[in-house]
Design a binder for this molecule. Structure first.
Ligand code: PMP
Length: 438
């Protein structure tokens, strides 16, 4: 089926330049492994695992089968005051993958919902403990935590915030960690910038710790340009949180499920948060699902708290949806069978070297990487931020490669099944596009 312009009007597309898109639509109709096909039958190499989610590659038969079977067996089960076996099984399997202590799983349907859930959980936790004044939330500049009101409030992307009024009250931000002057072209974690964590001490001095519930950060900020945490930074944040009784939330929506070389970035960086948000790779992108993974102590505080009928008054109609749970279980089986949760660690050096081979191409001003995530930052066109990178996105699409751009950074996050030949094709296509754009 090819695009008929008159049939494109009704769908108001998210985060898309609708008017431009509908003049030259890009329609995907099939997918398999590392590749999409478009409506003209062209093969398109997936350089971004769909949207940081299809970690095991597309249309894996085991996952497809599990979803089909589940749809025929139990299509829906109410999640409030009722359960179904696969929800418990998936929670148990997840708890075994996460860092020690993070073993209580609350299911949601997306990254954004996971973030809202974690923020509410943090505030409610302090209240149950008798510290109800701890309501302030701290995010970070250049953070992305989804698009709901809590997420855009703690988030730090101006375009996501400026149209939407005054946002949540009682939110502050620490600075982002990007320091181009000191860290450009670092392979892996930058050497400089652990001291950015000390911004949290300044906020404690300003507001007093007794008013602060939690700080939320992405271990690796993806949507704002692939920002790798400086060495020692996350530990320093952890230490400051511990000193002041502030909860540390890692938003692992993109870093979860093997992206950085361990199941979770918390393990890659050796720092354990109190709450962790996940989504995307949890079901290999096949069925919408997210989760908040809480420390046992947080869960136990609710279970021994004053509200004995319902401990945490929160949830979604589709929490732990049977199709999502079936997809999640088959996804974890696929990751285990193919060794995918640590595969990024063994591909990291090759991927980094390939990325760095673009260093001297026109307009490349920085390259960043960890595991199977890469960012290539371009010098913005005068007066037209983001345009140069977007033009390269369009050129790559024409050449059969899907990449993602955010501002003037090209982000790569391929499926974790990637082989050397795919890496070479991504880099060759990008190199040619960079040269043409110059
Ligand atoms: N948090 C982070 C770190 C993300 O990268 C994203 C999505 N890219 C989200 C939250 C939001 O997830 P969703 O789009 O599933 O709501």
């Amino acid at each position: 089926m090819s695009a008929d312009a008159s049939r494109l009007d009704a769908y108001w597309m998210p985060f898309t330049a609708n008017r431009q898109f509908k003049q030259a639509p890009r329609l995907l109709t099939r997918a398999d492994g590392m590749f999409f096909r478009d409506d003209k039958g062209r093969e398109v190499l997936d350089g971004i695992a769909g949207l940081w989610c299809v970690n095991a590659g597309h249309n894996r038969p085991r996952i497809v089968q599990a979803i089909q079977n589940q749809a025929a067996e139990l299509d829906f089960a109410p999640p409030f005051q009722m359960g179904h076996p696969k929800a418990f099984e998936l929670a148990d399997r997840l708890a075994r993958l996460t860092p020690a202590g993070l073993n209580r799983i609350f299911f949601t349907n997306s990254g954004s919902e996971s973030v809202e859930t974690a923020l509410k959980m943090a505030i409610a936790y302090h209240r149950v403990r008798g510290e109800g004044a701890r309501t302030r939330l701290i995010g970070r500049e250049r953070g992305y935590h989804g698009v709901n009101f809590g997420g855009i409030s703690v988030g730090g992307m101006v375009a996501n915030r400026k149209m939407f009024g005054s946002l949540l009250a009682g939110v502050d931000h620490i600075r982002h960690t990007h320091d181009a002057a000191r860290n450009a072209f670092t392979v892996g974690q930058p050497a400089h910038g652990a001291e950015f964590a000390d911004d949290l001490e300044r906020l404690v001095a300003l507001h007093d710790a007794s008013t602060i519930a939690a700080v939320i950060v992405e271990p690796v900020a993806g949507s704002t340009g692939v920002l790798i945490p400086p060495q020692g930074y996350l530990q320093r944040l952890r230490d400051i949180c511990d000193k002041h009784g502030i909860l540390l939330i890692f938003d692992e929506v993109i870093t979860g499920f093997g992206r950085t070389g361990q199941p979770f970035a918390a393990q890659t960086f050796g720092v354990t948060p109190d709450l962790m948000t996940v989504a995307k790779g949890l079901t290999n992108g096949c069925v919408p699902m997210g989760a908040v993974i809480a420390q046992q102590k947080i869960h136990d505080t609710f279970m021994t708290g004053p509200e004995h009928l319902i401990e945490f008054f929160h949830g979604y109609t589709y929490s732990a949806h049977p199709l999502a749970c079936a997809a999640g279980l088959a996804t974890l089986d696929t990751y285990a069978e193919d060794g995918l949760l640590t595969r990024a660690a063994s591909m990291e050096a090759e991927f980094a070297q390939a990325l760095l081979s673009l260093r001297d191409e026109p307009n490349v001003i920085d390259i960043r990487n960890i595991g199977l995530v890469g960012g290539i930052e371009l010098k913005p066109l005068d007066g037209q931020p983001a345009k140069r990178a977007f033009d390269i996105f369009l050129d790559c699409w024409d050449q059969g490669l899907l990449i993602r751009t955010t501002g003037d950074t090209i982000a790569l996050s391929p499926p974790l099944i990637i082989e050397s030949g795919h890496i070479a094709r991504i880099i060759d296509t990008l190199r040619a596009a960079l040269r043409r754009a110059a």
